[in-house]
Design a binder for this molecule. Structure first.
Ligand code: GLY
Length: 310
């Protein structure tokens, strides 16, 4: 059974941004679905590219900035069978980090590359570069800095504690990450792309490019996570989800239980080779769009407060 589900990031979405983001999310699902017969890896790559090219998502062009104003983007793509794993960490100029993750998976002997070395591979394969720092991202960083400065910051540890407090209080500032999971009924592919979290220190790596944390596919199951990466890394959320399903836990139960147990704001989309699709999140919103063989229209969920569905 063919299916694709895409997400635009767990968090608290404002009405205006959601209005702009939803048509793009639907387009991503349509574009991905239309490529499923050709190649599910391409389907996921192209769906994620649609979101990376939009300024309304925290990935590619809309990426949030590190606390020093720099841009560091991560992406990962995984296919269950035949096994394919590619991830890129901390690239600054590559317009579509998901395409670089795919090149690393298919054209190098490595699974994960970072920084300048990864950028060199991007140039070798003529991937487009772009100015990806938007005015919105700059303004958002200023808001975060102001909030941080208002807190009394003592030593390094209290800075981290306050950062976590801030994340909990203002999840809308940390909205993040895009992802897609698709199946053509034979293999399952998951892809995720992000600018990271707003108050990250330069050099911080989140869950997205860590295979098994933010992105995974195995044994006919695939998942892409969103939210505060530290919480997702602690659970190795997407790998744990696929393992649980392999050992017999229903997809919906596995997704909901893992999200519930995470102490951070997070969400996950997942599907199985048989076309079963799920999403779960503990934030106010997590816009998702899905298209399956059963329905002609793209369905949209996660835009009216907390819920989950199979
Ligand atoms: N989930 C994206 C990040 O924490 O970097």
């Amino acid at each position: 059974m063919k299916a694709i589900i895409v997400h635009g990031g767990a968090g608290r979405w404002g009405e205006e941004r959601l209005k702009h983001a939803l048509p793009v999310l639907k387009e991503a699902a349509e574009v991905g679905y239309s490529l499923l017969d050709e190649d599910p890896v391409k389907a996921v790559e192209e769906a994620v590219k649609v979101l990376e090219d939009s300024p309304y998502f925290n990935a590619g062009k809309g990426s949030v900035l590190s606390i020093d104003g720099s841009l560091e983007m991560d992406a990962c793509i995984v296919r269950d069978n035949p096994r394919l794993v590619g991830a890129v960490i901390g690239v600054r100029r590559v317009k579509n980090p998901i395409s670089l993750a795919r090149i690393i998976a298919e054209r190098t002997s490595h699974h994960v590359m970072y920084g300048e070395g990864a950028e060199r591979i991007a140039r070798l394969f003529n991937l487009p570069e772009g100015n990806l720092i938007t005015d919105y991202a700059r303004r958002r960083l200023e808001r975060v800095r102001e909030k941080l400065l208002k807190e009394e910051v003592g030593d390094d540890l209290s800075l981290m504690a306050k950062t976590i407090d801030l994340i909990r209080k203002y999840p809308d500032l940390f909205i993040g990450t895009v992802g897609a999971v698709a199946t053509d009924g034979r293999s399952v592919v998951a892809g995720t792309s992000t600018g990271g979290t707003s108050v990250k220190l330069p050099g911080r790596v989140g869950d997205t490019p860590i295979p098994g944390a933010g992105t995974w596919a195995e044994n006919g199951c695939g998942a892409s996570a969103t939210g505060i990466g530290e919480g997702i890394i602690q659970m190795l959320l997407t790998k744990t989800l696929c393992d649980r399903v392999a050992y017999g836990t229903p997809l919906k139960e596995a997704a909901e239980e893992l999200v519930r147990r995470t102490e951070y704001p997070v969400g996950v989309i997942a599907l199985r080779r048989n076309g079963e699709v799920v999403f779960a999140y503990n934030t106010d919103f997590m816009p998702v769009a899905l298209k399956t063989e059963e329905k002609k229209e793209v369905e949209v969920y996660g835009v009216q407060g907390k819920s989950s569905r199979t």
